[in-house]
Design a protein around this ligand. Sequence first.
Ligand code: HPA
Length: 267
Amino acid sequence: MTALERLRGSLRASGLDGGELLFVLGSGLGVFAERLEDARAVPFAELDGMPRSAVPGHAGRFVSGRVRGVPVVVQQGRVHLYEGWSPEEVTRAVRALAGLGCGAVVLTNAAGGARADWPAGTLMRLRDHLNLQGRGPLAPGEAGYGSPYDPELGAALDEAAAAAGVPLEQGVYAGLLGPSYETPAEVRALRAMGADAIGMSTVAEAVAARAAGARVAAVSLVTNPGAGIGGTPLSHAEVVEAGREAADRFCRLLEAAVEPLRARLRS
Ligand code: HPA
C-alpha cells in the first residue's frame, strides 16, 4: 500500500472524510481552528502516513467541526520543502482529502509583501502563482496547466469579504524554497516578475489538490513588507498587535466564505 493510501485509510478511520471544504492554515493563522463549533481534533501523530514537522510544538492536527452550521475540516500545520520533505510528502494530505471527496481546498499562508503600496496585515487572495521552488508535485503524465486557483471560488471569497467588511486584495504569489527570507535584490526581481506576495508554501499543494480533483482557493496574509520595501522596522509589540488584528479579520473572512464556497460547489 502506498503512503497516500495509508493516509486516506487513516483519515477515513478517524472520521475526517466526507467534508466538502478543507482549510489548510498557515503560520499564525491557527485561531480559525479554535473558533469551530463541535470541534474534534485529530493529531497528525495518530494518522498513518501523515508527514509531520519534527520541531517540538509544531506537530499539527486536523480539526473537524462546523462553521455557521456547515461541516468543515481544518488542517492546522503543514510541512515544507525547506524542511527536507519531498513534493509528494508536502502534498499528501490535500491529495488524500481530495480523494475522499473534499470538493474545495482553501490554502492559507503568511507571506511577505512584494509591493510598496500594501501594508503589513493586507489579505490577498491568489489569482495565480509563480512556482520558483525548483520542483513540482505532479507525477509524469498527470495533467496540470493554467492557474490552479478557481475563479468561481475566488468570487466566493470576494463576496465573503464584502459581506464581512474585510478588505481583500488579489494577486500573484511567488512560492520560493526558503527557508531564508529574500534579499532586497530578490524582492525587486520578484516584483518585476509580477509577484505581489512571497512565501514558502502553497504552490505545490494548489497544483496537487487540483490534479487530485478538488477546486482550489488560497489566501495570503501579508505579515511584513519584503526586504528593502519597508521603512523603519516595526517593533515586536507592533508586529504582534498587527498579527492579532489581522488574524481576527482573517477568521471573519473565512467564516463568511464557508456558505458562498459551498454554494459554488453545488451549483
Ligand atoms: N518572505 C517569505 N516568506 C514569508 C515572508 C517573507 O518576507 N514573511 C512571511 N513568510
